[in-house]
Design a binder for this molecule. Structure first.
Ligand SMILES: [Zn+2]
Length: 116
């Protein structure tokens, strides 16, 4: 992979440093000083950590999705839908348990006030 290393004339678009970072010929940016989306300026997207956590891999986000990521994204979406379904079922069970619990407490209170 060919890299264009940043220089004073071509500073890093992510951290604006002019030493160490590189722009690959597939237009991905290897920044040695930025490690997550928070470090990326507006218009750039964090993709992955570099080898040995040396930095982050960034891409200029011009609104068009990268082809390679699409299948991964839809897979994640499908997964989260399944997870949501499972969660709502659990929520229902929790609600039933809560109602039963409340019911029991109410009965107990009635019982106690009757005794007292
Ligand atoms: Zn940089």
């Amino acid at each position: 992979m060919k890299r264009l290393y940043t220089s004073k004339r071509h500073p890093c678009p992510i951290c604006s440093n002019h030493h160490g970072c590189a722009i690959r010929n597939d237009n991905l940016i290897e920044c040695l000083r930025s490690f997550n989306q928070q470090d990326a300026p507006a218009g750039y997207r964090f993709l992955a950590l570099l080898r040995n956590d040396m930095g982050g891999l960034f891409v200029k986000d011009d609104g068009s999705n990268h082809q390679q990521e699409k299948p991964l994204y839809s897979q994640q979406q499908r997964h989260s839908v399944k997870l949501k379904k499972r969660l709502s079922v659990k929520k229902c069970a929790d609600m039933e348990w809560l109602i039963a619990q409340r019911h029991r407490q109410f009965q107990l209170r009635v019982h106690l006030s009757f005794v007292g």
